[in-house]
Design a protein around this ligand. Structure first.
Ligand code: GUN
Ligand code: ZN
Length: 441
């Protein structure tokens, strides 16, 4: 009986990328499209995946087949950079990064010292992720350990694979948002021991960015990374020109912004740096050499006027990259909308972003950026069964546009351009339907 309860069978049109690649030109060779496919999951993992015509002997007896004949099923979207406490402040007017932080962000984050408030927003946040087809995210909390508990509890409730951590910040911020090198260390250590590897939760040591940590605090962050090598490091890097100049004045003995993190042992395979809009040549090299990853956050970079991220360089320099919404500097929870803006950011630089490359970054490439390519990102047997059922025609305009589509690729590109949460029909987490769009009454 329990085996049946833990088994899900979904039939429909499936699209994914079969393998990670090192050249964008290899992506089309890895596209897998099953016009009539079946995915069988058991205890959260993909047990069988293939064509309907080959599925008969793999279908468990007595399990209802969830059939989506019209929709498109893709791996769950992966958001490699987002702030859950900033959910309520999306669309704060008129500032660039540093004044935006002081004017809007810090006052908002102070509220998260209250666990009940943090839990309320964390639950709302997890529902927003599901509603937008996002099944894994790398998330900033606030400086308060309670905010981390609140988020992991909300994610645990739906069995979501989430990476998150307490912000470390001991200068250049309001008193109420500052910890110390000592409490940063002891609170983070306690949270790692409580959450890292519990269910699907993973922990990230999270210094906000170099300007808000003293050298002593960055030293303690590096010590934590040494003591817990398989936890993540998550921070911001080279987002805005004034920020970069400020870092150079605060750390004159370091060669540049990334060198600050590198000096304290914070660059590496499980380090994710949000933005990286203005990296210098030696910093690109260091990102490659240390196997660090970038979270590209186009809606945020446009909203704060930070600059245009050169996505093409990630291929040239072989640096891992995923997509980030960066809520609340970013303006949408939707990875579809994030791709829409990512495409325009490349157009402004004379580059392109194809539909299949975009799908790669939003799924398997994002998983690779988070060092989770063996667990997430496509429908390979053994991976965790996180996926999204997309309605390609939720509006009159999309219905018309899709009716003119001549290929899967064109259909996907139109989806990225016009799509948002209206397109998310259902979101499956660990084999279970965790979100179902309500049909209009
Ligand atoms: N740099 C430091 N903190 C933040 C933040 O909260 N949002 C963004 N976009 N950049 C930052
Ligand atoms: Zn951010």
């Amino acid at each position: 009986m329990s085996l049946i309860a833990n088994t899900t069978v979904v039939r429909g049109r499936f699209l994914d990328i079969q393998q990670t690649v090192s050249e964008p030109t290899d992506i089309p060779n890895q596209v897998r499209y099953l016009e009539d496919g079946v995915l069988v999951s058991e205890h959260g993992k993909i047990k069988w995946f293939g064509a309907w015509e080959d599925a008969q002997t793999h279908l468990p007896a007595g399990v209802e087949i969830q059939h989506y004949p019209e929709q498109l099923i893709v791996p769950g979207f992966i958001d490699t950079h987002i702030h859950f406490p900033q959910t309520e402040m999306v669309g704060a007017y008129g500032e660039q990064l540093l004044s935006w932080l002081n004017t809007y962000t810090f006052p908002t984050e102070i509220q998260f010292q209250d666990k009940a408030y943090a839990s309320e927003i964390a639950q709302f946040f997890v529902q927003e992720l599901l509603k937008h087809g996002t099944t894994t995210a790398l998330v900033f909390c606030t400086v308060h350990p309670e905010s981390v508990d609140a988020l992991f509890e909300a994610a645990e409730h739906v069995q979501m694979r989430l990476i998150a951590g307490k912000v470390l910040m001991d200068r250049n911020a309001p008193e109420a948002l500052c910890d110390t090198p000592e409490t940063a260390y002891s609170d983070t250590k306690a949270l790692i021991e409580k959450w890292h590897g519990k269910g699907r939760a993973l922990y990230a040591i999270t210094p906000r960015f170099a300007p808000t940590s003293t050298p002593e605090q960055l030293e303690r962050a590096g010590q934590l990374k040494q003591e817990f090598p398989d936890v993540y490091v998550h921070t911001h890097l080279s987002e805005n020109k004034d920020e970069i100049a400020w870092v150079k004045s605060l750390f004159p003995e370091q060669a540049g912004y990334l060198d600050v993190y590198q000096h304290y042992g914070l660059a590496g395979k499980r380090s994710v740096f949000a933005h990286c809009v203005h990296l210098e040549d030696q910093e690109w090299q260091c990102m490659h050499d240390t196997q660090s990853a970038i979270a590209f956050c186009p809606t945020s970079n446009l909203f704060l006027g930070s600059g245009l991220f050169p996505l093409k360089k990630t291929w040239e320099k072989q640096v891992k990259v995923g997509l980030g919404t960066d809520i609340g500097a970013g303006t949408s929870f939707s990875l579809l909308q994030t791709v829409n803006e990512a495409y325009k950011v490349q157009q402004l630089q004379g580059d392109k972003l194809s539909a299949y490359e975009a799908l790669y970054h939003a799924t398997l490439g994002g998983a690779k950026a988070l060092d989770l390519q063996d667990q997430l990102g496509n429908f390979n047997v053994g991976k965790e069964a996180d996926f999204v059922v997309l309605n390609l025609k939720p509006t009159a305009l999309q219905e018309l546009r899709q009716s003119k589509s001549k290929s899967v690729e064109d259909s996907l590109f139109a989806l990225f351009t016009l799509g948002d949460d209206r397109n998310i029909e259902a979101t499956y987490i660990y084999g279970n339907r965790a979100y179902q769009k309500e049909t209009a009454k």
